[in-house]
Design a protein around this ligand. Structure first.
Ligand code: FMN
Length: 189
């Protein structure tokens, strides 16, 4: 059983990349195989139906779909932009959803997803998680666990070593990772 971790931001100092890395470290520390990837390595053009018609999904979408297919569970750390998810994350999820069936089974319906958010704001990106849950669960038919974690005040929430200063917040991330691992294991069986 293996988990994939990524964030809906490619910003160098991204708080959500920090959160995804933290979740991956927690998994590894608990004997769960997990890998963090940066979406910067999978740059895709903005979805356009004409582009898709003439060229098909971009190579990065095929590669990212193939990467997701290698893992049993996926953790996404989602930044909040105007109460929703980032264009980067939506575009990535959209393109992956357009990869034709001949490339393999639907990656959304065949693994388990968990979500988290970090924001400098007071709500910790909570509202982006509502939007992301709608996209994944309602839009894409993904299997999702109910647990989720947020990091409010993200600009000062992390220690130098990547952990969270607030023990309760750290525990929420750990509990979410554990629940994802349990669900992914069960789903795979
Ligand atoms: C267009 C835009 C809209 C934003 N809207 C929100 C918002 O609704 N709620 C919030 O908590 N933060 C909002 N922010 C602040 C982001 O949470 C902040 O930039 C955060 O650092 C982005 O995530 P990252 O650090 O992973 O790149 C917004 C930022 C941008 C650029």
């Amino acid at each position: 059983m293996r988990l994939l971790f990524f964030a809906g931001s490619t910003r160098e100092g991204s708080f959500n990349k920090r959160m995804a890395r933290l979740a991956q470290h927690i998994a590894t520390a608990n004997g769960i195989e997990g890998v963090f990837v940066d979406l910067a390595e999978y740059e895709m053009p903005l979805y356009n139906g004409d582009l898709e018609k003439h060229e098909g999904p971009p190579k990065a979408a095929l590669e990212f779909r193939a990467l997701m297919a290698e893992y049993d569970g996926v953790f996404i750390a989602s930044p909040e932009y105007n109460s929703s998810i980032t264009p980067l994350l939506k575009n990535t999820l959209d393109w992956v959803s357009r990869v034709p069936k001949e490339h393999g089974p639907d990656v959304y319906k065949t693994r388990v997803f968990a979500i988290g958010a970090a924001s400098p704001g007071y709500f910790g990106g909570m509202r982006s998680l509502l939007a992301l849950r709608q996209v994944l669960e309602v839009g894409l038919g993904a299997n999702m666990i109910p647990q989720q974690a947020i990091v409010p005040g993200a600009a000062s929430a992390f220690e130098e070593d990547g952990s969270l200063k607030d023990e309760m917040r750290q525990k929420f991330v750990a509990d979410t990772v554990e629940a994802l691992a349990v669900a992914a294991r069960r789903f795979k069986a």
